[in-house]
Ligand binder design. Structure first.
Ligand SMILES: Nc1ncnc2c1ncn2[C@@H]1O[C@H](COP(=O)(O)OP(=O)(O)OP(=O)(O)O)[C@@H](O)[C@H]1O
Ligand SMILES: [Mg+2]
Length: 402
């Protein structure tokens, strides 16, 4: 039997589309490699949950490694300080990496050379007395710059730090006011300051830092440091129909399996360009059809898989529902009852018998959580197709507890 080539919650086997964003990021790194200079201000990839931020970063990281970069990968956690994690990941990636370019030596030695630098940053991080960013910025700058330089001296291209879920540490702990974890916010400020300073020097600092996070990431960074707005943002949206079809076809083609045109159209329609849904529907269709080389996935297979696809989609919906507060749930339900893909803010306020202003905090929180997004001025929509139906079901369960 052929293995299922779809990856509902994993890095895709065949990376599709995102040509523009990929080119931007690759060009930035190519400049670091060519001139041995700092990539510039922090670049962040933003978009709602499941749109493909991590996949894009992984793809760029893979390419960077092929091009001789050492890549440190950091995944942030809600309201948790993250500089310690960056330092650990940089150290480990240096230990693991082997720069094979001419003059390349095993990079484990670099961590020995940098051990004083690692120790210094760690000591500063541990002394909880450090309430100001200035004590940390310098040591972090030195560490990143020196790490990049040493990689290059060994024949590599430089150091890349990828920071996924960058919104998470900076998130508010309370619903009605911005109440971040102070230490986590400080770490955001330190990172931005260090990158700003390194960018000012630029020459001889072969380092790039790329982040990814939910749509509010840039706003949160600006709260952490006034020049957070100087970070460069790449906004990811849904796939167009052609890319959506390719996302379904390409992994199947590799195994000699094809899609019938009507089956393809049906799945593309259901998923509305949302990569996570496309992967779920693709996986479910495949599972139901159990194709062999030469098989065609047809409409019957899509229908046969639809039950398990619905279950998989429901678990995504449930995860989103679970993180929504009571007032956010009412908002979502009011929005869903409108029954259109794009909803005016006023329509939601009307249904809740209140003003749009009084809902602005709830609205913003829902955007921050990646559950809804702006769709033009004063208009909103659900980020993931099908969520509105799920939301309405929740309501009927609540009203009719049988
Ligand atoms: N360019 C792509 N080509 C093919 N599949 C993709 C692509 N981008 C994303 N996907 C698929 O979509 C799903 C979600 O992708 P990913 O985890 O990268 O999203 P995300 O934006 O990081 O989500 P989250 O905010 O939940 O972390 C995965 O199943 C992945 O395989
Ligand atoms: Mg992700």
């Amino acid at each position: 039997m052929l293995p299922n080539p779809y990856t509902p919650s994993d890095r895709p086997r065949v990376f599709i589309g995102r040509d523009q964003e990929r080119t931007v990021l690759r060009d930035k790194l190519a400049r670091v490699a060519a001139y041995g200079e700092m990539m510039g201000p922090l670049t962040v990839v933003t978009g709602p949950r499941g749109v493909g931020k991590t996949s894009l970063l992984r793809d760029v990281a893979g390419q960077a490694e092929e091009d001789g970069f050492v890549v440190a990968w950091v995944s942030c956690v809600k309201q948790q300080p993250f500089l310690g994690e960056i330092v650990d990941r940089v150290e480990r990636s240096l230990e693991r990496a082997q720069v094979t370019a001419p003059g390349g030596r095993r990079l484990k030695e670099i961590t020995v050379e940098l051990s004083a630098g690692f120790a210094k940053v760690r000591a500063r991080l541990e002394s909880s007395a450090v309430a100001q960013s200035t004590a940390l910025v310098g040591p972090l700058e030195d560490l990143l710059a020196r790490a990049g330089q040493l990689v290059r001296e060994r024949g590599g291209a430089g150091l890349v730090v990828m920071i996924d879920e960058l919104h998470a540490p900076l998130e508010s702990g309370r619903e009605w006011e911005y109440a971040p974890d102070r230490q986590a916010l400080l770490h955001g400020a330190v990172l931005l300051n260090a990158l700003q300073n390194l960018g000012g020097v630029r020459d001889g600092i072969p380092v790039g830092v790329i982040g990814a996070g939910l749509p509010q990431t840039k706003g949160l960074l600006t709260r952490a440091a006034t020049f957070g707005e100087r970070s460069h943002e790449l906004v990811l949206g849904e796939f167009g129909r052609a890319d959506a079809a390719r996302l379904l076809e390409a992994p199947a083609t590799e195994l000699g399996v094809s899609w019938s045109p009507d089956a393809l159209t049906s799945v593309v329609d259901t998923a509305r360009g949302y990569p996570q849904s496309l992967q779920i529907l693709g996986a479910a269709t495949w599972e139901a059809a159990r194709p062999e080389r030469g098989s065609v996935l047809d409409l019957a297979a899509v229908e046969a898989g639809s039950r398990s696809a619905r279950t998989a989609l429901a678990s995504i919906f449930e995860a989103r529902w679970a993180v929504a507060t009571a007032s956010e749930r009412s908002f979502l339900q009011a929005m869903a009852t409108v029954g259109r893909a794009v909803v005016r803010r006023g329509e939601i306020a009307e249904r809740l018998n209140t003003s749009t202003e009084s809902l602005s905090m709830v609205r913003r929180n829902l955007i921050t959580k990646g559950i809804i997004e702006e769709a033009g001025y004063g208009r909103l929509r659900f980020t993931i197709p099908g969520f509105e139906t799920f939301v309405l079901d929740q309501e009927s369960i609540r009203e009719d507890p049988t």
